[in-house]
Design a protein around this ligand. Structure first.
Ligand SMILES: C[S@@+](CC[C@H](N)C(=O)[O-])C[C@H]1O[C@@H](n2cnc3c(N)ncnc32)[C@H](O)[C@@H]1O
Length: 289
């Protein structure tokens, strides 16, 4: 699939996922797959206190693979940007964490998801939130304007991950944090099996290997890079799907086990000397007093 087709396929998939939620056809965790049960990737990511404080449709639309706001250590007054905000669950949770002096932006390219997110915001009665239409490869915000970038299972969907990381770096303030949940792989997996398992996870454009993710973050300029697995998938989770694709699951289990995971990925945009605010030089006796 070329980059345009990847984007169209992603948009179609998530328009349909949003329609399932608004029409009451979503499953318990909003999974857009044909299966009517919760999948092991999107289910049980948020605790009850978080879910109870949100509209049901925000929880039902949750299609992430982690809980970035719980791990990002957000503080009052910060500006947060969620890349691929979907139905808005992490934006609404962030808005509460940063409080009335802070703000949470959600960015998404799918009209149906934006409409659902704005309706969820209205129902939640949260005002320090703005949902923007756009692509994570071209973030519609100025340079050095965001304290924290979060994202939940979206960067794997991009056909141009280098560009997404460059854009994240550009909009972060010096010292700003990248705090993202995403699917990553670890170690070598035969290409054909990798493709099938990633299709099961829903990674249309393909997840990065953890070492590739580190390299791309460093190439974009980030420092203090860390990748922590939060949920490692068992081959058993994907047995039905893989068997349906003609894969001999038992024979391949050793090549798959422990190699596909959701992870929390963190990094920092460094503060350069030129970014530091310096005290004005003392110009005359008494002027520094
Ligand atoms: C897997 S869902 C995750 C939604 C949300 N983060 C959550 O946790 O529920 C992916 C979302 O990212 C959006 N998306 C995917 N690729 C995008 C891109 N290149 N630019 C903007 N949005 C994108 C989709 O429209 C969809 O709403």
């Amino acid at each position: 699939m070329d980059k345009t087709n990847v984007k169209e396929a992603v948009r179609d998939k998530y328009s349909e996922a949003a329609r399932r939620v608004t029409s009451g056809r979503a499953t318990c965790c909003g999974a857009p797959s044909a299966a009517s049960r919760c999948d092991p990737i999107t289910s049980n990511l948020y605790d009850n206190a978080e879910k109870d404080a949100l509209p049901d449709t925000a929880v039902l639309a949750s299609l992430g693979c982690g809980n970035p706001t719980a791990l990002a250590q957000l503080s009052a007054g910060e500006i947060v940007l969620d890349l691929g905000s979907g139905g808005g669950i992490d934006v609404l949770l962030s808005a509460r964490r940063v409080g009335p002096t802070g703000k949470a932006y959600g960015l998404d390219m799918t009209d149906e998801m934006l409409a659902l997110a704005r309706e969820n915001q209205r129902m939640a009665g949260v005002v320090n939130v703005e949902f923007l239409k756009g692509e994570i490869e071209n973030i519609p915000l100025p340079d050095n304007s965001v304290d924290v970038i979060i994202s939940n299972c979206v960067i794997n969907l991009s056909g141009n991950k280098d560009r997404v990381l460059q854009e994240a770096f550009r909009v972060l303030k010096p010292g700003g944090r990248f705090a993202v949940s995403d699917v990553v792989t670890r170690g070598d997996v035969p290409a054909e099996i990798r493709e099938k398992v990633l299709l099961w996870v829903g990674c249309i454009a393909g997840a990065l290997r953890d070492d590739e993710y580190r390299d791309k973050l460093a190439k974009a300029g980030f420092q203090s890079i860390g990748i922590e697995p939060t949920r490692v998938y068992a081959v058993e989770d994907a047995r039905e799907f893989l068997a349906g694709k003609g894969v001999d699951v038992d024979a391949l289990a050793p090549q798959v086990e422990g190699k596909f995971m959701s992870a929390f990925i963190r990094a920092v945009k460094p503060v350069k000397e030129a970014d530091k605010i310096t005290e004005p030089a003392c110009c005359a006796p008494g002027c520094c007093g």
